[in-house]
Design a protein around this ligand. Structure first.
Ligand code: DC
Length: 238
């Protein structure tokens, strides 16, 4: 597929980093604070993974060819529905998948399908098109390095593996699903980090011009306040 050229209609903010750094909550809050549109690119990979699992049955069955076929035949769209929680919903071929894509199985499958070149290619132009509408915040792994190397502001969030496992455990407990042990969670997070960082295509890495913030010792409010101030300062200058 050829990459089309798209022109930014307004500022674009990139937020990258591994899972469990608070990226999603921070991005959501920052988007609300700045009046920007939030684009969760992880949810796009998760949706492809979910549909692949549904069609083929298990993670091992998700070959590159099958995953690319799912990605190429799925039309993804975000819709804001204030009466629902979360309000930012993802639809695949008209089906609302928002509440189905956060399970540990879908997380592992998303990590697998996101390493396939054809899957990334299929999602890249949609991510650029959505981002180019302006006043957008895209969250992911390769936003500042591949999708929007010319983003107006780039953030990279990190946190210690232990802190991320602690947060994930609390999240899982709150959602009432079966929870793994703390050490099992640490292992899962390390495995996903390894896969995301070491894949050949668009690996998770810090863009040279990104602002790096370790969120381990900060509350959500503190992180949002810092990022909001930095984003306003940078965007004013551009
Ligand atoms: O952010 P998340 O946990 O919802 O992302 C799910 C998976 O998708 C994750 O393992 C990495 C992958 N991903 C990616 O490769 N590139 C992105 N821009 C976003 C997510």
């Amino acid at each position: 597929m050829k990459n089309e050229t798209v022109i930014k209609q307004g500022p674009v903010i990139a937020i990258d980093g591994p899972a469990g750094t608070g990226k999603s909550s921070v991005t959501k809050r920052l988007a609300d604070a700045l009046g920007y549109t939030h684009i969760d690119t992880g949810a796009m990979y998760r949706s492809i993974a979910y549909l692949g699992l549904e069609k083929w049955g298990g993670i091992e069955e998700l070959t590159e060819e099958r995953s690319v076929e799912v990605a190429n035949t799925t039309s993804l769209a975000f819709r804001r529905e204030p009466s629902k929680n979360p309000a930012n919903r993802i639809y695949a071929n008209g089906r609302d998948l928002t509440d189905k894509i956060r399970t540990p199985e879908v997380s592992m499958a998303a990590s697998r399908v996101s390493a396939f070149k054809g899957v990334r290619q299929a999602l890249l132009s949609l991510q650029r098109r959505l981002g180019c509408q302006g006043k957008t915040i895209l969250e992911g792994r390769d936003i500042g390095t591949v999708i929007f190397p010319d983003a107006d502001v780039k953030f990279f969030l990190t946190a210690s593996v232990e802190e991320r496992a602690k947060r994930r455990l609390a999240e899982l407990e709150a959602s009432g699903v079966d929870v793994p042990t703390f050490s099992e969670l640490v292992k899962q997070i390390e495995a996903r980090d390894f896969a995301d960082t070491n894949r050949e295509i668009a690996p998770l890495k810090v863009a040279v011009d990104a602002i790096v913030l370790d969120t381990s010792a900060h509350t959500l409010d503190e992180v949002v306040a810092q990022l909001s101030a930095k984003a306003k300062e940078r965007i004013k200058r551009t």
